[in-house]
Design a protein around this ligand. Structure first.
Ligand SMILES: Cc1cc2nc3c(=O)[nH]c(=O)nc-3n(C[C@H](O)[C@H](O)[C@H](O)COP(=O)(O)OP(=O)(O)OC[C@H]3O[C@@H](n4cnc5c(N)ncnc54)[C@H](O)[C@@H]3O)c2cc1C
Length: 387
């Protein structure tokens, strides 16, 4: 057992069973396919259905909507295992952690019953489309418009960097229903992509990491969507809905990154223990020992803070600045730890076949998406300023 494999304060026997199922699934059914998925730029649909069969999708969604009937902890355990196995070719966080929870929290009863069960079974792949070529961080500037016409909305615009976008059957799209208003003009409209006229997927975007993840551009040209697909049935609520879900989404990112950080340390400990140098092991050199001690300390701090945030979330007390702290600090620390660990692998750390090399390119984006780290610091500073 590695030093990092410590007991968690919130762990139960039932969660351990979820963890075991998730670990087996990611290690035996996903890791062997990672190379193929990276080469083709996306996973095969079957893996979504398999994850659904095993109860790994929507684990925190009530059973009446087809979910596992668990809590945030169930989703946290799945997320940790997926990231520990370095399986980042399909985003369960976006699918279950974000989209299912938008529908659950803000959808009408009819919308929840219509869409969530398919997402939980993995038959419907879900994505969320907020970012546009001209508006990422500053979401109030989005220009994708949804204009009422008869019983439909006519949607025009473009989105970019959309995770799960190539396979997505359901996409929550942030649109302007009132172009004269800023935040209050934003609404979330759910689009069902099958045979949808005016809907077009762009190219698979070529990223420096996470190559198996299908990240695409989307285009909407006079795309007609029934007004019944407006999330929650009330216009102008989109921005508030997005903001309310942020602490939970950012905590999931922090949980995943903390797991990657520990994986980097564990791999490097094993590598330096085996690698012979100057008549002894690489682990025997004082620099290696000090670097690994520093990295393990960061990983332990990250895990403790994650556990504290998880407890706060369970009490409904995880506020936006605290989630921002977890998001920025853990993503930054993960990049630093992975960089140090790659250094200790020498030239092998630069080779794609070594997991540490993939971690290096895969984690970089964690400081950008989910809210850029600069924005996280601004949120924290504003909360400090306002007491
Ligand atoms: C791999 C990947 C997957 C993604 N998946 C999705 C998805 O599924 N759905 C979706 O909608 N979007 C997705 N995104 C988009 C992501 O959320 C945006 O890239 C992010 O919000 C930043 O927006 P931007 O790229 O337009 O950068 P900008 O908004 O142009 O920001 C550029 C830089 O400016 C700095 N900055 C920004 N604001 C501030 C500030 N207030 N103070 C100081 N500095 C600041 C930061 O350094 C930031 O990185 C994804 C992106 C990537 C790369």
């Amino acid at each position: 057992m590695s030093f990092g494999a410590v007991a968690r304060p919130w762990m139960t026997d039932e969660l351990q069973m979820v963890r075991d199922t998730a670990r087996r699934f990611f290690e035996t059914e996903c890791v062997p396919n990672q190379k193929k998925w990276q080469e083709q730029g996306h996973v095969d649909r079957a893996i979504w259905r398999r994850a659904g069969e095993l109860g790994l999708l929507c684990a925190g969604v009530p059973e009446e909507y087809g979910g596992g009937g668990g809590s945030f902890l169930h989703e946290a355990v799945v997320c940790e295992e997926q990231m520990r196995a370095l399986v980042n070719s399909f985003s369960i966080n976006v699918h279950s952690g974000i989209v299912a929870h938008y529908l659950l929290s803000y959808g009408t009863e009819e919308q929840k019953k219509r869409w969530i069960p398919g997402i939980a079974r993995g038959e419907t792949v879900a994505a969320v489309a907020m970012t546009e070529p001209g508006a990422g961080t500053d979401l109030q500037r989005i220009t994708t418009s949804a204009v009422k016409d008869g019983s439909d909305y006519v949607i025009n615009g473009a989105k970019t960097f959309i995770t799960n976008g190539l396979l997505a059957d359901i996409i929550v799209v942030a649109c302007k229903t009132d172009p004269t208003a800023k935040a209050k003009g934003v609404s979330l409209v759910v689009i069902e992509t099958k045979d949808l006229k005016g809907f077009r997927r762009g190219r698979l975007l070529e990223k420096i990491g996470q190559q198996g993840q299908d990240t695409v551009e989307l285009f909407f040209d006079d795309m007609r969507v029934p007004q019944a697909n407006l999330l929650g049935g009330e216009e102008g609520k989109g921005f508030v809905h997005l903001m309310q879900q942020l602490p939970r989404e950012r905590l999931l990112l922090a949980i995943g990154n903390a797991a990657i950080m520990q994986r980097a340390v564990d791999d490097t400990l094993a590598y330096t223990r085996d690698r012979k140098i100057f008549g002894d092991t690489l682990l025997h050199l004082q620099n290696t020992r000090f670097k690994l001690a520093e990295c393990q300390t960061k990983a332990a701090f990250a895990r403790s803070f994650v556990d504290d945030c998880v407890a706060r979330l369970a009490r409904n007390e995880l506020d936006v600045p605290t989630a921002a702290m977890a998001k920025w600090w853990i993503s930054q620390a993960t990049c630093e730890v992975v960089d140090e660990c790659l250094q200790l692998h020498g030239g092998y750390g630069y080779m794609q076949e070594f997991p540490i090399a993939r971690m290096y390119t895969d984690v970089r984006v964690a400081r950008i998406y989910g809210g850029a780290n600069e924005v996280m610091k601004e949120i924290i500073a504003r909360a400090m300023e306002n007491g």
